[in-house]
Design a protein around this ligand. Structure first.
Ligand SMILES: [Zn+2]
Length: 306
């Protein structure tokens, strides 16, 4: 009678609990058997030609914890044989993958926890070795990444006020450049591909019809000609916006060029001072402290053409 309730709590329909083998301070061991008495052959699917051949003993499978104790399920590893296909196989369980020592639900829980924090934290919470959780996490990453990417694209395609961001970046400064495409309002990255030249960009659009299906209201980018030309080709009605960060970068570059040419005409003392404090020219002047502002005025005084 009690076992019946535990069956319901365990909630693995293919299993039926035989007995609770042991309960220690931190672990519950439960012996269970399949509800079904036969299983179809993995090749011909029929169970009529399948016969039981004996047992490989008990399989130990970690499952979700209960009452803050580890739960270990012991299930029979039964050998079977299909006379039609002349093939032997062992009983396959739905709640755990072949040869796995952790149930699907355990893996799922551990991986979700690791995504939300770290593998080490998840390992502590699940009372499992860090290396095991790390491996589960690594195996799950490609699927999770695929899922997130699909979600991001769906969100971008259905957004009427879509604002895209297109930007280049180098993994290592000065090395080969890549282009990133972002949904700025959705705060997601949609894609990433090598290159930033017009031919790279055009090739990407050609190979990715989904990209051209987007209908951005605006696209934010730096001042690179290639990006502007490409975006104009792909989305002729989208507003192209040069982002402030890049414009500011160009302004700073130009101001510092002027500073260098002025610097060369100054007395050694003024030249040294200007050089030492050249960064004061970069930020908006209203963000400077009173002291820095005074210094800035002094520096600006060096140039007659102020
Ligand atoms: Zn068969």
């Amino acid at each position: 009678m009690q076992i019946q309730y535990i069956n319901e709590m365990l909630n693995i329909p293919e299993l039926q609990i035989n007995q609770i083998l042991s309960i220690s301070a931190d672990e519950i061991q439960i012996e269970a058997v399949p509800v079904a008495s036969k299983q179809g052959c993995p090749i011909c699917r029929s169970d009529e030609t399948v016969s039981l051949k004996g047992s490989n003993g008990l399989r130990t499978v970690r499952h979700l914890p209960a009452f803050e104790k580890k739960v270990v399920l012991l299930v029979p590893s039964t050998r079977m044989h299909c006379s039609q296909c002349e093939v032997g196989f062992v009983w396959m369980y739905e709640f755990v993958g072949p040869k796995r020592r952790y149930s699907h639900l355990f893996r799922e829980r551990a991986v979700q926890q690791a995504f939300g924090s770290t593998a080490a934290h998840s390992a502590r919470m699940q009372q499992a070795p860090v290396s095991t959780i790390q491996q589960m996490h690594n195996e799950a990453i490609p699927f999770e990444s695929e899922r997130l990417s699909e979600q991001a694209w769906t969100q971008a395609k259905t957004n009427n006020g879509l604002v895209l961001g297109v930007d280049d970046f180098a993994i290592k400064k000065g090395h080969t450049y890549n282009t990133g495409i972002h949904d700025l309002k959705g705060e997601t990255m949609l894609d990433l591909f090598p290159g930033r030249k017009l031919e790279d960009l055009r090739a990407y659009a050609q190979q990715h019809p989904d990209f051209l299906l987007l209908a951005p209201k605006a696209v934010v980018m730096d001042l690179a000609q290639a990006y502007h030309k490409w975006i104009h080709e792909c989305f002729p009605t989208a507003i192209r916006i040069a982002d402030r960060f890049h414009v500011h970068g160009y302004v700073i570059e130009a101001v510092q060029e002027v500073r260098k040419s002025v610097q060369n005409t100054l007395s050694p003392r003024a030249r040294a001072l200007l050089k030492a404090h050249h960064r004061l020219l970069n930020p908006p002047s209203e963000t400077l402290s009173a002291e820095s502002k005074q210094k800035l005025d002094e520096l600006l005084g060096y140039s007659a053409a102020e």
